[in-house]
Design a protein around this ligand. Structure first.
Ligand SMILES: [Zn+2]
Length: 163
């Protein structure tokens, strides 16, 4: 297995949201609230402790730098600075139990394949998608809410299987 990298949103972007309470990409006001749902936080990739932790809702385009055609949507991060996701070569444990859709994109953000793995099938699903011809990256989305959670790319040194 060639391995993979799980990428949360850029830590610098998260800090900008906390400092300005606006969407850095769109300028829309961000919203701070006591967590009413599990999230997860798109910075540390952990679930919110509902009723205990504060979170910020803002508008985010997960295709920035990947494609000109944006898809702005709502995402949450912890209102207080939280640790960066520290094990990018491991699938985040607190995401595993969520209803997840993996969308595998090729050039021009065309969806080449989509899978909804159960908790114990995730790594196999990621590997299969990254080995699919033409796939450049995977977006993790929540199957119930449809919201963007994080991106997965091939691990360092891995070759794309086609060109
Ligand atoms: Zn967090």
């Amino acid at each position: 297995m060639a391995g993979f990298h799980v990428l949360p949103i850029d830590p610098a972007l998260s800090e900008t949201v906390r400092n300005t309470l606006k969407s850095p990409q769109y300028g829309h006001p961000a919203h701070v609230e006591l967590a009413a749902g599990y999230g997860p936080c798109r910075a540390c990739l952990k679930q919110f402790r509902t009723g205990e932790e504060e979170r910020i809702l803002f508008t985010y385009n997960p295709f920035e730098g990947l494609n000109e055609y944006p898809s702005p949507g709502p995402v949450f991060i912890h209102a207080q600075t939280c640790p960066d996701y520290s094990q990018p070569e491991t699938f985040p444990e607190e995401l595993r139990s969520l209803p997840l859709t993996l969308e595998a994109y090729g050039d021009n953000r065309w969806i080449i394949a989509r899978e909804r793995p159960s908790a114990h099938e995730i790594e196999a699903s990621v590997e299969r998608l990254l080995n699919t011809s033409g796939v450049r990256y995977i977006h993790i989305r929540n199957t119930e809410a449809g919201c963007y959670i994080a991106r997965i790319e091939r691990g360092a040194g891995a070759e794309e299987s086609s060109c």
